[in-house]
Design a protein around this ligand. Structure first.
Ligand SMILES: *Cc1c(COP(=O)(O)O)cnc(C)c1O
Length: 447
């Protein structure tokens, strides 16, 4: 048995897979909040380049990866598929556990898979500057790296709580040449308004998105980039699952269960969606999307049209949501603190193809520590959610020989302050406050 399965550079896929045409019941279109009518590419082209909008609206199953993007992918792709033999042994399970190691990218997570093509398509259309938001800092780092490859300026609005907790993410973004401000900031109208009302706010992705959008709207040379949620980000992340499929084949195995952690849904959809055609042809696969119990959009949210940001600037997306003005508690998996879930993952949950699971912060860190002591890599707090779910499934019945594949979305080497808090007993579990849920859901836009 081989511990890890690698692919050669020339075996990296040449096309991404777009699951949209394969979703039973299809996707509902984004709506213009002013008219409640479907929003076409013309209006969205103020913030996104046409190359990405074409992908966003595409119903083609396979879309070519440009050579320039593929060449940058070779810096870290193909990523290894690893059999977690030591973890299996520690659990005493007959389950075979594989993980796809996306932590080997330059910034330590899967986010570069989308950052690079996003920078590329902006560059191709003459964009000089990109704005974005970042939660835990992973996406900000990924976009800073990608814009440095294409000589584009980058400005990152970083959620306040992460800006304070993760100083080395800032240093990384600086290294790649980006500019970073904590969000809410005093540099935008929406930031100033929120600071006036809630001076001590930890911030949220929803607020940071509003700021980055306001900045992009204000300047002709600037567009905006989003690291998750949208169809084109999931398209780009499909490279994870496409590679994993080849590698599982080389391992002579096939997954019964596919697991990923869910913030906006991009890494999970990336590993899962390339298996959807097999599922639709009758293969028995369970797809499990794992979210924090404190920010449970899939398990406690509502499937409805909602804004992607607090200031209600985005188109309305049809997704599982906790409400656009919901501010999640400052848990340490910052990348999972988002009120909504991608329309693609939401539709697959609606169709009962994806099962959502919610887990608590402390059991996730415990799982992360066990993983570090067995397989050696220290997982990002987000990734710990996927590991926790893999352990739950592998230990449900220790004698059942099943195959589990999970996505190892990123390492936690820049998140050690969260681990220190965990060891010091300073972390707690949060349940979703029901009252706040009722309040934010009452503010959903009326369509
Ligand atoms: C951003 C991030 C996530 C969550 O984002 P998705 O779009 O749901 O994938 C998960 N893990 C890591 C390491 C991240 O950086």
């Amino acid at each position: 048995m081989q511990k890890k399965i690698l692919l050669r550079d020339d075996e990296i896929p040449r096309q991404w897979y777009n699951v949209v045409p394969d979703i039973p019941g299809g996707l509902k279109p984004p709506l213009d909040p002013e008219t409640s009518q479907p929003m076409g590419p013309d209006k969205l082209s103020a913030i996104f380049p046409m190359g990405l909008l074409e992908q966003e609206m595409s119903d083609q199953r396979y879309i070519d990866i440009p050579d320039e993007v593929r060449e940058i992918y070779t810096i870290w792709r193909a990523t290894p598929l690893v059999r977690a033999t030591n973890l299996e042994k520690a659990l005493g399970t007959r389950a075979r556990i594989y993980f796809k190691n996306e932590s080997v990218s330059p910034v330590g997570s899967h986010k570069t898979n989308s950052a690079v093509p996003q920078a590329y398509f902006n560059k191709r259309e003459g964009v000089k500057r990109l704005t974005t938001e970042t939660g835990a800092g992973q996406w900000g780092c990924a976009l800073s790296f990608a814009t440095s490859k294409f000589d584009i300026e980058c400005k990152v609005y970083m959620v306040r709580v992460s800006y304070d907790q993760k100083p080395y993410r800032k240093s990384m973004m600086h290294t790649y040449g980006a500019e970073i401000v904590p969000s809410p900031s005093t540099e935008t109208q929406v930031g100033r308004r929120i600071l006036a009302e809630y001076p001590d706010t930890p911030g949220s992705l929803g607020i940071a998105i509003s700021e980055a959008l306001e900045d992009a709207f204000a300047r002709d040379d600037t567009k905006y980039a989003l690291g998750s949620v949208l169809n084109h980000t999931i398209l780009h992340q499909s490279i994870i699952g496409l590679e994993a499929k080849k590698q599982m084949e080389l391992a002579g195995d096939y997954p019964d269960i596919i697991i990923g952690c869910c913030g906006g849904g991009s890494n999970f959809a990336g590993i899962a969606t390339p298996y959807i055609p097999d599922y639709l042809e009758g293969k028995k696969i369970r797809f499990i999307g794992v979210e924090p119990a404190s920010c449970p959009s899939l398990t406690m949210g509502k499937l409805a049209y909602d804004f992607g940001d607090v200031a209600k600037t985005t188109p309305l997306l049809y997704m599982y949501t906790l409400g656009h003005d919901f501010i999640p508690p400052g848990i340490h998996a910052g990348g999972l603190r988002y009120h909504g879930m991608s329309p693609i993952v939401s539709a697959l949950v609606r169709e009962n193809i994806i099962e959502p699971m919610s887990v608590h912060q402390l059991e996730c860190f415990e799982a992360g520590v066990l993983f570090a002591r067995t397989e050696g890599i220290i997982p990002a707090p987000e990734t710990c959610h996927a590991i926790r779910a893999a352990i739950i499934e592998a230990t449900r019945d220790l004698n059942e020989p099943k195959t589990i594949l999970f996505n190892f979305s990123g390492h936690g080497l820049i998140d050690m302050a969260s681990y220190d808090k965990f060891y010091a007993g300073e972390l707690q579990n949060f349940d979703y406050p029901e009252e706040a849920l009722a309040r934010s859901l009452a503010n959903l836009p009326k369509i």
